[in-house]
Design a protein. Structure first.
Length: 370
C-alpha cells in the first residue's frame, strides 16, 4: 500500500494520514515533486488546491463534524470554525442533544418544563408524525413566550433541520409564527457556516423553502445580510431547479439597491438567463414586478440577443417572458420583438405548436387575454 501526498500550508502533507483509496476519490494525482517543493496553501497569496477548497466547503456546511475531518492538517481546520467548535462538544450524541435542550429550556417561560414537548421538540421534528404534533403545538401556543420556547429547542439544529424532509416543516412554522425580533438565531446559525451556505441552502430541495420563509418574515437587518450573501452567486442560483424560487422571492423582499443589483445582473447576462429553463422563470418574475423603466431595460437587453426571443417563445417560462417583452416595448422596438418572436413560425418550419404559441403571445400582448 502506497500513499499519495498533497502539500498544504506550512509544508504539512495529507500523504502521511490518508491512504491512496481516499485520495483517489479526491482526484489528486500521485506526488511527482520532491520533498520540500512548492506548497499549495491558503496564505501568503498562494493557491489552495481545488480538492482542499471542496473539503473546506463541505466542512463549513456540515451539520456535524465528519469522521474524516480528523485526518486533515491543522492549517485547514483553522480555516473552518465548525471543526474547532465541534471538538468542544460532548462526544455522545445523547449528551449533545441534552446540552442543547438545557440551553433551550432557559427561555423565560416558566411552564415549559410542564409541557409535553419539553426537551422533545428536535426528536419529534425529525419524525413524520411528530413534526405534525410540534406544528400543532405552535399553532395552539397561547403566547409569544410559549412559541419561542418551542422554537428555541431547535437551536443548534437549524442547518440540519432545513435539510430534513420532516423538520423543515417545523422550522417553517417557527419562522412564520415567532416574532421577527426572535428569529436572529436562525439567521446566525446559517450565516456562521460561511457566505456560500446561503446559496447552498437555496439549492436544496427543502432548504429553499426555509430561505423563502426567512426572506418573508425575518427582521430587515438580517434579511439584508442574507440577500447580500445570495447575490454573491445569484446567477448560478437562478439556473437551479430549487434556487430559482429563492431568487424570485428575493425580488420582492430586498432593498431597492439590492433589487437594482440583481436586475443589472439579469440584463448583463440576458442570453444565459433567457435560454435557461429555470432562470427564465426569474426573468418572468422580474418583468412582472420591476418598475416600468427597469422592465424596458431588461426587454431591450433580451431584444439585443439574436434569436433569443424566438427560442424563448417555445419554452415553458420563456413564452411568458416574451409576452412581457412585447408589452414593455413600443414603436419600432415592439415590431422588432414581434419579428424575432415569430421567426419562421409563420412559415412551415416551426410546426403547429410553435406557430400556436407565437399567435397566443401576440394575442396576449395586444390585450386579448391573461
Amino acid at each position: 500500500e502506497h500513499y499519495w501526498s498533497l502539500q498544504v500550508v506550512g509544508g504539512s502533507s495529507l500523504g502521511s494520514s490518508l491512504p491512496a483509496s481516499v485520495l483517489e476519490t479526491m482526484a489528486i494525482g500521485p506526488t511527482v515533486s520532491p520533498p520540500g517543493a512548492g506548497v499549495l496553501g491558503v496564505n501568503g497569496g498562494q493557491r489552495m488546491a481545488l480538492p482542499l477548497k471542496a473539503l473546506g466547503s463541505r466542512l463549513r456546511w456540515a451539520v456535524e463534524t465528519p469522521s474524516w475531518a480528523g485526518y486533515l492538517p491543522e492549517s485547514l481546520q483553522l480555516e473552518v470554525p465548525v471543526v474547532q467548535a465541534a471538538a468542544t462538544v460532548p462526544t455522545s450524541r445523547l449528551e449533545c442533544i441534552a446540552s442543547k435542550s438545557e440551553e433551550a429550556s432557559s427561555q423565560p417561560w416558566p411552564l415549559a418544563t410542564q409541557s409535553w414537548w419539553y426537551r422533545r421538540v428536535w426528536l419529534l421534528s425529525r419524525d413524520a408524525k411528530g413534526c405534525r404534533q410540534v406544528q400543532d403545538a405552535l399553532d395552539a401556543a397561547a403566547s409569544e413566550e410559549e412559541r419561542l420556547a418551542i422554537a428555541c429547542e431547535l437551536r443548534g439544529h437549524i442547518c440540519e433541520a432545513l435539510r430534513c424532509p420532516h423538520a423543515n416543516f417545523v422550522l417553517q412554522k417557527c419562522i412564520t409564527v415567532v416574532s421577527p425580533k426572535n428569529l436572529k438565531f436562525c439567521f446566525d446559525e446559517l450565516m456562521n457556516k460561511g457566505p456560500e451556505a446561503a446559496s447552498q441552502a437555496a439549492r436544496h430541495k427543502y432548504g429553499c423553502r426555509i430561505l423563502q420563509r426567512l426572506l418573508e418574515c425575518g427582521p430587515p437587518e438580517q434579511v439584508r445580510s442574507l440577500v447580500d450573501c445570495l447575490l454573491r452567486d445569484a446567477l448560478g442560483t437562478c439556473a437551479h431547479p430549487y434556487g430559482n424560487y429563492v431568487i424570485q422571492h428575493l425580488l420582492g423582499h430586498s432593498t431597492l439597491d439590492q433589487r437594482s443589483q440583481l436586475l443589472k445582473l439579469l440584463r448583463d447576462n440576458a442570453a444565459f438567463v433567457g435560454a435557461d429553463s429555470y432562470a427564465s422563470a426569474v426573468l418572468v418574475k422580474a418583468m412582472s414586478t420591476a418598475p416600468r423603466d427597469e422592465q424596458v431595460k431588461l426587454a431591450r437587453a433580451l431584444l439585443k440577443e439574436p434569436g433569443l426571443l424566438h427560442s424563448m417563445s417555445a419554452t415553458r417560462h420563456g413564452h411568458q417572458a416574451a409576452k412581457l417583452v412585447l408589452k414593455s416595448l413600443t414603436g419600432l422596438e415592439h415590431e422588432e420583438a414581434r419579428s424575432q418572436i415569430y421567426g419562421d413560425a409563420r412559415g412551415g418550419n416551426a410546426g403547429s405548436r410553435g406557430r400556436g404559441r407565437c399567435m397566443a403571445i401576440d394575442q396576449l400582448a395586444r390585450g386579448g387575454g391573461a
